[in-house]
Write a protein that binds this ligand. Sequence first.
Ligand code: 2RA
Length: 292
Amino acid sequence: MKTVGIIGINGRVGQNVLSELNKVKTPIEIKTFGRNDEVTPLDIGILCTDNPVSRELAPKLKDRVRFLIDMSSEFRMDPHVPLVIPEINAHAITANTHLIASPNCTTTGLVMSLAPLRNFYQFKEVFFCSYQAISGGGKKLLDDFHTPGSYYEKNCVPLIGTLLENGHTTEDLKGLYETRKIMELPDLKVYCHTVRVAVENSHSLAVTLKLNAPADLPKIKQAWNNFPNLKYMESVYTPKEASGKKDTFICRLRQDVEDNTIIHYFVTFDNLLKGAAMNGRQIAELLLEKFV
Ligand code: 2RA
């Protein structure tokens, strides 16, 4: 029996990955480990730990775990580690791959909307402003949010992650660098502004995209609807509806009033599912199908 292990089962990401792994159709034995437990040999290991723990554990697991999927941001920008969304760049994993990174949730929503259009257009520039749910900040932020008088109550806070000396935050820059890596467009101009909003679950993005040619709206909608786990909605669709669903939803597509090569649209998706645990499960399924 093929073995898939979760390392870091006691955290929220570990628990979410466990419920996702229970959906895998291929027969697998699921093993679970706390971050300090001795990990037994595995075909696939999923590290559901934060950056310092992933940094420490990944090298130690090399000899015992054939493929290691890391859910933290620790290795995402390592040029030797593929950063994978199976619908977009499954080809980045080969039989020789050992470590695979799963992307930031906000980046995931953006690239899911871009990938189906790359067959028809070149992207000149993309701008997004995020509306990120409290659940993306983990249990601590959720507890804070539910405490009366929380700063996040009835509020939106334009600072996620760490504020850097250049004025950007680590979350803003994930949107830039991870998008370039996943899309394999190292020069793509991505302008990001990330904001935490008083929404319990599901992230959203308002996106403006400049193409190399006039936008054909029906063709764009069709490309989105033909893409796996992505749906264009003709009516307004919000995080409330997206929560608990596997799909990434797009609505409000429109052409710019002055430049027909620019489109604007809104994306919403469950940050804990496609933005995290579901993507981890999909990477594991890809490995089971092709290499294990
Ligand atoms: C957030 N993108 O929403 C992050 C999750 N790691 O805070």
